[in-house]
Design a protein around this ligand. Structure first.
Ligand code: ACO
Length: 423
């Protein structure tokens, strides 16, 4: 629906077109103020749409998350991660031949150049795996210079296949480097998630066999984390892509953004919180501390979801499967009790604070034997499917320009240089 907004400033009134509930920020320039053409000030871009996207839909109030129109609940139950990655990239679910071809194209690119091992090897033994992953991904542009032909759709897609194929390999190498273990190469007989588990955890056995329930749980976690519209890291990917960059350089920036504790690091914080609480009898005391502003209940609340996070509901089901295989993690009892008390407490309900995706994912990752510093890596691997889809959409969007926000200058007016011995 197209509408209009009459904006009066001083003596002048301008009629601004309203489309899709937005005005064009550039239209505001028609209005002159003493400081120049009118603009908006929006730190954190809380109320600014910067793209038109057909990939992911979120209705935070209703707890809806859809990829290309398909509810996340259906995809998590029925689909596979690679099929979801195809859906995000191409907009439709693949037919059988398309899916086989897509899986083949990605899986055949799982091996990395041997020099990538040396790049990871150059890090200190205790370096964070996200830093190793970021460096490895950024380096890929040098191994595959065709990626710089960003105007060529075939070259772009070939490098998307490569990145999706190699992400688990680089993540697993980063993990094993920290443990001082030899690297395990990809195995063509294994699917995406199962092969990832093998590259992470295979020891001396000639063949790594993962419990199918664990493979499916990881696959579900991957599907849930594949995309989440214009979040911080996706915005970083698009901003870097807008300068004409290749997919590796752009996604390397996305990994950097995801690394931040306000973005990808919250599940690590949940685990720390559960460990600090330590036992069931200390839960009420902790909740009182949260109500008194001494701590935050990590894994609760969300900027967008205000009734429930649909991903959290799905993860809770995966928890049962993982614990059926790995045995109960005592931290889960604490998590369940925290949730039970919080969901029945006025402090949380009045602020519309509910369990988010991170509340249970950390507990699952720990049960899968991942150390906390790997949690964000486990987010980065599947989120690459979203980043590459958003990258591709950005590259095909003729409305987009290099990202270059305005600023409101608050510094000094012009002044003259003073030599150092006169200051
Ligand atoms: N525990 C206790 N109180 C909380 C929490 C929490 N987890 N989250 C919000 N509140 C309170 C705030 O103190 C504030 O109370 P007030 O109105 O009395 O001042 C009110 O709820 C609103 O909080 P905001 O911080 O304004 O909400 P915002 O939308 O900006 O923050 C956020 C959302 C960052 C997710 C927040 O809820 C939070 O810090 N949660 C814990 C961290 C976390 O789990 N992050 C993962 C999010 S999911 C993801 O990124 C994949």
């Amino acid at each position: 629906m197209a509408d209009s907004l009459d904006l009066t400033y001083g003596d002048a009134t301008q009629s601004l077109a309203v489309t899709d509930g937005t005005i064009r920020a550039a239209d505001l320039k028609k209005i002159q103020t003493p400081d120049g053409p009118l603009a908006t000030y929006d730190p954190g871009l809380l109320n600014t749409a910067s793209v038109r996207s057909a990939i992911t839909y979120i209705d935070g109030d209703a707890g809806i998350l859809e990829y290309r129109g398909y509810p996340i609940e259906q995809l998590a139950e029925k689909s596979t991660f690679l099929e979801v990655a195809y859906l995000l990239m191409h907009g439709e679910l693949p037919n059988k031949t398309e899916l086989e071809n897509w899986n083949y194209q990605i899986n055949r690119h799982r091996l990395v150049h041997e020099n990538v091992k040396q790049i990871i090897q150059a890090f200190r033994y205790d370096a964070h795996p996200m830093a190793k992953l970021m460096a490895a991904v950024a380096s890929m542009m040098t191994f595959y210079p065709s990626a710089r032909r960003v105007e060529d759709p075939d070259a772009r897609m070939r490098n998307v296949h490569r990145l999706l194929g190699k992400m688990p390999t680089m993540a697993a190498f980063a993990f094993r480097h920290g443990l001082g273990r030899h690297y395990i190469y990809p195995n063509d007989e294994l699917g995406y998630a199962e092969n990832f588990l093998a590259m992470l955890f295979q020891a001396q056995q000639p063949k790594y066999v993962a419990d199918p329930r664990l493979v499916r749980a990881l696959e579900v976690l991957f599907i849930l984390h594949a995309d989440h519209e214009q979040n911080c890291s996706t915005n970083a990917v698009r901003a870097v892509a807008s300068a004409g960059n290749d997919v590796y350089t752009s996604c390397g920036a996305g990994i950097g953004a995801l690394f931040g504790p306000l973005h990808g690091g919250a599940n690590e914080a949940v685990l720390k919180m559960l460990r600090e609480i330590g036992s069931l009898d200390r839960v009420p005391e902790f909740i009182e501390g949260v109500k008194n502003g001494k701590a935050r209940l990590m894994g609760f609340g969300h900027r967008v979801y205000k009734n429930y996070d649909p991903r959290a509901t799905i993860i809770k089901k995966a928890v049962d499967d993982v614990f059926a295989v790995r045995g109960m993690n005592p931290l889960l009892h604490i998590a369940v009790e925290l949730e039970r008390i919080a969901l029945d407490n006025e402090y949380f309900t009045s602020r519309r604070l509910y369990t988010n995706v991170d509340f249970y994912s950390g507990v699952i990752y720990e049960a899968l034997r991942f150390p906390p510093e790997m949690f964000t890596v486990l987010f980065a691997v599947p989120r690459t499917a979203g980043w590459v889809a958003q990258y591709e959409e950005h590259m095909g969007d003729t409305e987009q320009k290099i990202t270059r926000p305005k600023q409101i200058y608050t510094g000094y007016a012009k002044r003259d240089y003073v030599p150092v011995d006169e200051r």
